[in-house]
Design a protein around this ligand. Structure first.
Ligand code: IVH
Length: 666
């Protein structure tokens, strides 16, 4: 058995380590180790603290449930503490939980089985059937007021249906990011040179803490509710309470099921262990709860978790493989992505041969050596990750990885600037994958939408038919017919789809140019401020950074792009082919059809009113500062100007809430 001296050493090191992981996870939305590893460390610390009670400490990580508070948000107290859940990882531990419960309350009870959604927990408060606030878990007794952000999540009802709900109650659940939203968010972030989120859970918790709720509304979060908290409970059954909540408009999972005994619970778990892959969002386990509220109260809770519930966590599928070699892929902007070639291994039903190594920092942080034995894990995402190294298997022949010095495709010396994670191949105009990548981007649906994709690009490029975008406009029918895979009809189609690009609006043409960091959103923003390409070409660094959302990195990339004579020449030539390089006002949709709106009153934060006004213009409406017979709608917040409201009432102008307005543009 461990002696006292070694125990305190181990306790201290585990506490420091877990504190750091708590900070990384809850504050920075970053996880350095798997949940399983975290739980094992916490368990080890707990057992040492129990064996050596002299070393107990109120500030030990075992005494708290983590902390996600942020200085920018107001803190609010929870009316009931937001507890965590005990974890189990196997059938035996679950059976122990069942035995413990039976000892305390006998055999006459049922369980409810639920999916354990992997996101950020939230407590919503409703007063008189209206949404009143949303608070994060924080330290369990108070959390951040993220009401303005949460209000933009479409599946959360702001006004409840029916009327048989308690006057005041809290309901808790999980805010998560569905896979589809996660993939498109990361794709955009990558295009804009921002760090991508490691997984949907980090993306959800990071998004909740955004200071701009309009941005959050674009991230398409979702929320399942799983715990109705009130002193005024309708029924003596957790399951039935949830069904009641469903009628009031809350999103309750249809996979929530009652189970008569622990064997039915185990069956439910088994069925989800494989089925979870097919869900459109991540779950990391199953939650098991005693159904009867009376029995829940009898069982009570510890300072950390209820005794009437427990979670069963799925182990992320993990296996050992060996690094065979590293490929360095060159993207269209010249960014180099190292990819690991692995000894093929079977993982969660698929053969894994490759894993992304992201960039040189990632390789250095892993401390990766050639031929290393590596642990590969598959979470909810499609691409497997290297999560650790089995250093005990290293031999003296293994040498530390040295990042490539030259471009594998064109041999140019790679560059890396201090403030960027990626290495770049600077040979922008002559490096084949960069040229092909630029054309693929130009052809893509969100850009010029030219049919054919990468296969057509490859064919045209390999036959020396394209080098610059303008070469496309010179393509002749007879040139195409000489190529394999092209016949009369396909050649016509390609030529007419190239001709159609004359109708593509400026914002998409700008995006198509493939300027570093100028993705779809940034193009849209730029065009709002610089209506013509000439204005953008002349814009100084300071004028660019004066635009909200345009930081130093993006501004520099734009200035650098237009500083190249070759690029200016290209644009001029593109103009001669009739492509659009100017726009009057860019509107993302015209749902508001030119109607005029006046926004008045408070909307939570001072920035919110501006955001709403920006939305009016973005969706094709006009904003007005005073009421007149030409005003179509008044969007009224709290303490809306009385004289404006009176005048609007006299003129019979509809006065609508923020939510009704959001519904109009949805
Ligand atoms: S019940 C007092 N049910 O898991 C009971 N939690 O590891 C409170 N979670 O903090 C929680 N799905 O954020 C419950 N169906 C579910 C859940 C769930 C996900 C999260 C929740 C909680 C954490 C504990």
């Amino acid at each position: 058995m461990i002696n006292k001296e070694n125990a305190i050493k181990k306790i201290n090191s585990l506490r420091t380590e877990l504190r750091n992981h708590n900070y990384q996870y809850y504050v920075l939305s970053n996880s350095l180790i798997t949940d399983y590893e975290y739980d094992m460390k916490l368990k080890e610390l707990l057992s040492l603290e129990n064996k050596f009670p002299d070393f107990k400490d109120d500030n030990s990580p075992t005494m708290r449930v983590g902390d996600d508070r942020n200085i920018y948000f107001k803190q609010l107290k929870h009316s009931f503490p937001m507890l965590s859940l005990g974890n189990t990882y196997n059938k035996e531990e679950l059976e122990d939980f069942d035995k413990k419960i039976k000892k305390l309350i006998g055999n006459n009870f049922e369980y409810v089985c639920e999916l354990k959604f992997d996101g950020a927990s939230i407590s919503l408060k409703y007063i008189d059937g209206k949404f009143s606030q949303a608070v994060t878990r924080g330290d369990g007794s108070e959390g951040d007021d993220v009401s303005n952000n949460v209000r933009t999540i479409k599946s959360i009802p702001l006004i409840l249906h029916g009327n048989n709900f308690p006057k005041e109650f809290e309901i808790r659940g999980e805010i998560f990011m569905p896979h589809k939203s996660f993939d498109s968010l990361n794709k955009t972030r990558e295009q804009e040179g921002k760090n991508v989120f490691a997984n949907p859970r980090n993306a959800a918790s990071g998004s909740l803490k955004l200071l701009n709720s309009y941005k959050l509304s674009k991230r398409k979060l979702d929320c399942y509710l799983y715990y109705f908290v009130s002193n005024d409970l309708h029924r003596n059954s957790h399951y039935e309470n949830l069904q009641e909540c469903k009628k009031w408009g809350f999103k309750i999972s249809e996979h929530t099921k009652r189970a008569k005994n622990i064997s039915e619970v185990i069956e439910y778990i088994k069925s989800w262990d494989s089925k979870r892959e097919s869900l459109p969002y991540d779950i990391d386990g199953i939650v098991i709860k005693v159904d009867s509220i009376e029995l829940q109260n009898e069982l009570g809770e510890t300072s950390k978790a209820p005794r009437w519930a427990i979670s069963y966590k799925f182990k992320a599928e993990r296996t050992l493989s060996q690094l065979l070699s590293i490929d360095y892929q060159v993207g269209r902007t010249g960014a180099i992505t190292p990819v690991a070639n692995l000894k093929p291994v079977n993982l969660a039903g698929t053969v894994v041969k490759r894993a992304s190594l992201h960039n040189s920092d990632f390789i250095n942080n892993l401390d990766l050596y050639n031929n290393d034995f590596v642990y590969v894990e598959k979470g909810g995402e499609i691409i497997p990750k290297i999560v650790g190294i089995e250093t005990s298997k290293r031999t003296e022949e293994f040498t530390k990885i040295k990042f490539a010095k030259n471009c594998p495709e064109c041999g140019a010396k790679l560059t890396k600037s201090e403030n960027e994670a990626a290495h770049y191949c600077p040979n922008i105009n002559n490096c084949p994958p960069q040229i092909k990548g630029k054309f693929e981007h130009f052809f893509s649906k969100k850009a010029m939408n030219i049919g054919g994709g990468s296969a057509t690009v490859e064919l045209l490029y390999n036959n020396n038919l394209i080098e610059n975008f303008t070469d496309l406009y010179e393509l002749k029918h007879c040139d195409l017919l000489k190529l394999d895979r092209f016949a009369e009809k396909s050649a016509n189609n390609l030529i007419s789809s190239i001709k159609d690009t004359q109708k593509v609006p400026f914002q998409k043409v700008l995006y198509s140019l493939g300027i570093k960091y100028v993705g779809e959103t940034i193009s849209k923003i730029l065009i709002k401020h610089f209506n013509t390409i000439e204005m953008l070409i002349e814009a100084k660094f300071e004028e660019l950074t004066a635009v909200d959302e345009i930081g130093d990195k993006i501004a520099q990339a734009i200035v650098d792009y237009f500083a190249e004579a070759e690029n200016i020449e290209l644009i001029k030539k593109m103009q001669t082919y009739g492509l659009q390089f100017s726009s009057e006002a860019v509107i993302s949709s015209n749902v508001l059809g030119g109607k005029t709106f006046l926004i008045t009153g408070n909307f939570g934060t001072s920035a919110r009113r501006k955001e709403l006004e920006a939305m009016v213009e973005e969706f094709g409406g006009k904003k007005r500062k005073s009421v007149s017979s030409k005003t179509d709608y008044i969007v009224a917040g709290e303490k809306a100007g009385a004289s404006k409201i009176n005048k609007a009432t006299k003129l019979k102008i509809p006065i609508i809430t923020e939510q009704t307005f959001l519904n109009m543009i949805n």
